[in-house]
Design a protein around this ligand. Structure first.
Ligand SMILES: [Zn+2]
Ligand SMILES: [Zn+2]
Length: 198
């Protein structure tokens, strides 16, 4: 009798372990990839901020900007070339965000080289964010909010109507100080995609 109880107990434990493993497999990993001479204190800060809402974050050591991304006429880097290059360096359940202190640009509304704060595929695997166009005392806070905004797009989120939501459309202005977090609707979308949101 005692023996049978032991067997039952064992099978229960292995079942729980398998379930845990599955949950782990599904959860998304956010990879932070600082580019060029991006400041270490700043990437640490982004890492810490994202870790407070999503447990699975990896901070990688700096790598050079992809060689073909430099746009000499404006002394800046092409965001489209960057996201293309970094997307292949990650595992299946990961998203990667490149961080830049230099200006980044893309072709937008017929303009060949348009400076941007961030760019990402929607949906996709990679995005890139630059702090070059941010100013003011909340620069660090603003930076990590744009990082989350671009990661949200990369995961497939569209812009959101909620004024305090991180997915709010910039519409040519800067409302970042009014944005607090992902709203409940955007949060539940991300959780379904495997984000381990707290
Ligand atoms: Zn957006
Ligand atoms: Zn929202």
């Amino acid at each position: 009798m005692k023996y049978r109880f032991l067997i039952l107990l064992c099978s229960f434990i292995s079942c729980t372990n398998a379930r845990k493993e599955n949950e782990f497999k599904k959860s998304k990993v956010i990879v932070i990839q600082p580019l060029g001479d991006f400041k270490t204190e700043q990437s640490q800060l982004v890492f810490t901020e994202i870790k407070t809402i999503n447990l699975n974050v990896v901070l990688r050591p700096n790598i050079s900007f992809p060689e073909n991304s430099y746009y000499k006429p404006r002394n800046r880097y092409r965001a489209d070339s960057i996201i293309k290059s970094i997307k292949d360096n990650i595992g299946k359940d990961s998203l990667i965000v490149g961080l830049s202190n230099h200006d980044i640009s893309t072709t937008y509304k017929g303009v060949k080289d348009w400076g941007v704060m961030g760019l990402g595929y929607r949906p996709g695997k990679s995005c890139v964010v630059s702090d070059f166009r941010m100013s003011g005392k909340n620069r660090n806070q603003q930076f990590y909010k744009v990082v989350l905004h671009e990661l949200g797009h990369t995961e497939g989120l569209p812009h959101c109507e909620t004024k305090t939501c991180l997915m709010r459309d910039a519409e040519g202005g800067n409302h970042l100080d009014e944005e607090k977090e992902f709203c409940e609707k955007c949060k539940s979308f991300l959780v379904k995609k495997g984000w381990n949101l707290i």
